[in-house]
Design a protein around this ligand. Structure first.
Ligand SMILES: CC(C)(COP(=O)(O)OP(=O)(O)OC[C@H]1O[C@@H](n2cnc3c(N)ncnc32)[C@H](O)[C@@H]1OP(=O)(O)O)[C@@H](O)C(=O)NCCC(=O)NCCS
Length: 179
């Protein structure tokens, strides 16, 4: 008989392209992540995303040749998402920019790694993409550690790039992986 801990560990994380019908869950999860106030440059009251907007992005990204929008499901529930936004100009087509987020209550259980691994695999098999890039707050140690473990390197560090409401500054790391 499985122990509860083991049962939790083997619950499969399913990664797949997002569907139009996932838009409401994705936008709600993104908004909850923004409300944590720590990980993305947008404050919740600056975010204008709606279910329709998200559905349009999911549709467009998953029909573009160099973009993708994927979600992670556990027990049928969306627990995370990742977007790869490919450049839309001749000189930038080969670069896909990554944004990833995981529901707070399931962090630390492999969902972020699974999303990143799926995005990297997809990018490696894509004939246009040659590089994945991302921006991350330097103090987001969890995210930085994950990216480094997957082979991303720091290409640049923008000091005091962001200013918090209390006046303090935060640094931006530019990270990338050649695929
Ligand atoms: C960053 C994020 C996507 C990682 O997803 P996750 O599901 O928590 O990560 P995983 O469980 O797959 O862990 C992957 C790695 O992250 C790091 N990590 C996970 N939890 C950690 C913690 N509490 N402290 C430090 N590092 C941690 C480890 O390197 C871990 O690898 P390991 O399991 O071999 O130790 C997720 O924490 C998140 O959504 N954070 C808020 C939004 C965000 O920061 N997005 C990225 C903006 S650039």
């Amino acid at each position: 008989m499985r122990t509860p801990a083991l049962a939790q560990k083997v619950t499969p994380i399913l990664i797949g392209n997002a569907l139009d019908s996932d838009a409401a869950d994705v936008v709600a999860l993104y908004r909850r992540t923004l409300e944590e106030g720590a990980w993305f440059i947008t404050y919740p009251d600056e975010f204008r995303g709606t279910e329709q907007w998200q559905a349009k992005i999911i549709r467009e990204w998953n029909t573009e040749t160099n973009s993708r929008f994927m979600v992670a499901r556990v027990d049928g529930q969306i627990v995370g998402a990742i977007s790869i936004t490919g450049g839309n100009k001749e000189r930038t087509h080969h670069v896909g920019n990554i944004e990833v987020f995981v529901a707070q209550d399931v962090r630390g259980r492999g969902v972020g790694r699974a999303l990143m691994a799926a995005a990297i695999l997809w990018a490696q098999s894509n004939p246009i993409l040659r590089k994945l890039g991302l921006h991350v707050f330097e103090d987001n140690t969890r995210a930085v550690a994950l990216y480094q473990q997957l082979g991303f390197v720091v290409e640049g560090r923008l000091e005091a790039e962001f200013q918090e409401i209390d006046g303090s500054f935060r640094n931006d790391l530019v990270m990338a992986l050649r695929v």
